[in-house]
Design a protein around this ligand. Structure first.
Ligand code: SAM
Length: 571
């Protein structure tokens, strides 16, 4: 509390009635019901007597608490104003210390009513103190009726806010930056009651697809309540939240348009590494399904648009329209690599005849179940035929009996020694499965030739993976692959996938700031047959020659026609 605000309260301290105090504060600041009752006022008075400060800080993690710096809040309200907003009513759904409320009051003389909500009571006090400070410094500033609500946004019924729908609305704020999974691991109750609010099934919850930011839930709640009101919504959220809102828009068809994503530098603004932007949209507009991207620092320069092109969700609408002739369903099935969740003992390095694990134990194993293992970083080259790491392949398909490993006594003993580490694996996919189970394994894993890409790297290069010492190489679960029996078929596919068209198409449907740039779903959208039809034979020839010369291979184009038939018919 500033000395000026303290002076005000010390003067009011003699007031017996909280009504009188509230009246005085309302006429000074516009805040309605600053003290909610007698008891609150008495408590406040005794805190003043004892010289106690209102404590406002707390653990930021559970509440996704990154307060918007006042200067940034001001820049944002100025941008909203330049875009033509003239709000009569302001709603700040998780107002924190009130920086957006203050910035908006300073920017928009037209605001008549303000609603701010936060779960953390000390922040509401901070907001009140800042408002008193503001009006002490600028008594002639516009003074809307200010309502500050203490509560959980998930219990708040926004529809009950008595809103005069003749007044344009501005919803502005920075909802918490935290995911339901993080809250789950903190045993936090700061979650929407129906946390499965997008009606995802159990599988999605296991695979992580059910993991969403609670800001997404809050944004959807706000849109549901207010999309029919005239006005504007402007929220600082993670880019993934904006993407998911656009995804949901196809189903929910909110009356929103002019959607924009202004990228901010969150390291500079919040000292936190995250891909975040200001999302803004016009309410009560014809439903739109695309969003344009801009830099917050150069808002006049329009960037790419992402969203829906007919029934397809894409990251670059113009480029997608140009390259969508290869959109379809891959005739070959993309597979994710092997998953074991036990890297301490399942990732091995070779030392002479022996292997060393991450526990620095040296072990001798029979060769039969040991295979070379490639990780994402190993795929950053055109052709891979050697490995740094090895793994033990305990099954040929998920769920298969692992008792057969007894016939390899050294491998069996080694696994038995570390049985507990396997039992400690947390993922539910290992529950009630044979000992030492792995996932992402099948006939395809044993195909000698592979074309593969890392899901994590942003590189659009596909790698050609050759067997080592006559044994197929395995990939870990950060990678995706197609498997082949014949080297020339693998090379033709590798040339197709590394063509400019495939790259541009993939770039137009993937998001570089997503956790995984490439997913099985995205890769399955490349119709190799359509791609093959458009590849000039000259180009195929040239690429194969380059590969042969560089890596000493002897692939020819002779079986190209047979390959195209195989893509079309599967035989
Ligand atoms: C990212 S901070 C932003 C605060 C403020 N909007 C700003 O921009 O400075 C998120 C705010 O959400 C509040 N919050 C977190 N969970 C909440 C909930 N369930 N209901 C209401 N507010 C919540 C936190 O107390 C915190 O003030």
């Amino acid at each position: 509390m500033s000395p000026a605000v303290l002076t005000i309260f010390l003067r009011m301290q003699q007031q017996a009635s909280f009504h009188k105090v509230n009246e005085e504060l309302e006429s000074l600041t516009g805040i309605r019901q600053c003290f909610k009752g007698e008891e609150e006022w008495l408590q406040f008075r005794s805190a003043l007597d004892s010289g106690e400060e209102v404590k406002t800080e707390r653990d930021r993690a559970e509440f996704g608490d990154f307060q918007t710096p006042p200067a940034l809040a001001e820049k944002i309200t100025k941008l909203v104003s330049r875009n033509g907003s003239l709000p009569g009513i302001l709603v700040e759904p998780t107002c924190g210390k009130g920086h957006f409320i203050i910035a908006a009051i300073r920017t928009f003389p037209c605001i008549r009513e303000v609603h701010g909500l936060d779960i953390h009571q000390p922040y509401l006090w901070q907001t009140k103190f800042s408002l008193i400070d503001l009006y002490l410094g600028q008594p002639d500033l516009n003074k809307p009726a200010i309502y500050l609500h203490h509560g959980n946004v998930f219990d708040f019924n926004f529809e009950t806010l008595v809103l005069n729908d003749q007044q344009p609305l501005l919803i502005i704020g920075n909802p918490p930056w935290v995911t339901n999974a993080m809250l789950g691991s903190m045993a936090s109750s700061n979650l929407p009651e129906k946390s499965n609010f997008k009606q995802q099934d159990g599988i999605a919850a296991v695979t992580g697809k059910g993991n969403f930011d609670i800001a997404e839930n809050i944004t959807l709640m706000l849109l549901k309540a207010f999309h029919g009101f005239s006005g504007q919504m402007t929220l600082l959220v993670k880019n993934s939240v904006i993407r998911n809102i656009l995804l949901e828009q196809y189903r929910l068809r909110f009356s929103i348009g002019e959607m924009r994503q202004y990228q901010i530098n969150s390291l500079k603004e919040f000292e936190v590494k995250a891909e975040a932007s200001l999302f803004s949209c016009k309410l009560n507009s014809e439903a739109d399904f695309t969003c344009t991207q801009r830099s917050f620092y150069r808002p006049e320069e329009t960037g790419l648009a992402f969203g829906w092109v007919e029934e397809k969700f894409v990251s670059n609408t113009d480029s997608y329209i140009q390259h969508r002739y290869i959109e379809g369903k891959s005739p070959l099935e993309w597979r994710q690599g092997l998953k074991h969740d036990c890297s301490l003992v399942m990732e091995l390095e070779k030392t002479g005849q022996d292997y060393r694990n991450a526990l620095q134990q040296t072990i001798r194993l029979e060769d039969e179940l040991v295979f070379g293992l490639l990780k994402s970083s190993d795929l950053q080259q055109d052709l891979v035929d050697s490995v740094r790491k090895f793994t033990i392949v305990t099954q040929h398909r998920p769920g298969a009996d692992t008792d057969f490993i007894r016939q390899y006594p050294a491998t069996w003993d080694y696994l038995q020694q570390h049985r507990q580490l396997f039992l400690n694996r947390r993922s539910s996919i290992y529950k009630n499965k044979p000992a030492f189970s792995i996932f992402g394994i099948g006939d395809y894993s044993f195909k000698p030739y592979k074309v593969a890409i890392s899901g994590l790297y942003k590189s659009f290069r596909f790698a050609l993976v050759l067997p080592q010492n006559g044994k197929p190489l395995m990939l870990d679960d950060t990678c995706y692959m197609l498997g082949f029996d014949e080297p020339d078929y693998a090379v033709y596919t590798w040339v197709l996938l590394n063509s400019a068209v495939a790259k541009d198409f993939l770039a137009s449907i993937t998001f570089s700031d997503a956790k995984r740039t490439f997913t099985k779903e995205a890769l399955m959208r490349i119709d190799l047959q359509a791609l093959a039809k458009h590849l000039p034979e000259m180009q195929l020839q040239e690429e194969i020659e380059k590969l042969n010369n560089r890596y000493g291979q002897s692939i020819t184009v002779q079986r190209w026609a047979a390959y195209c038939r195989w893509l079309a018919t599967g035989s």
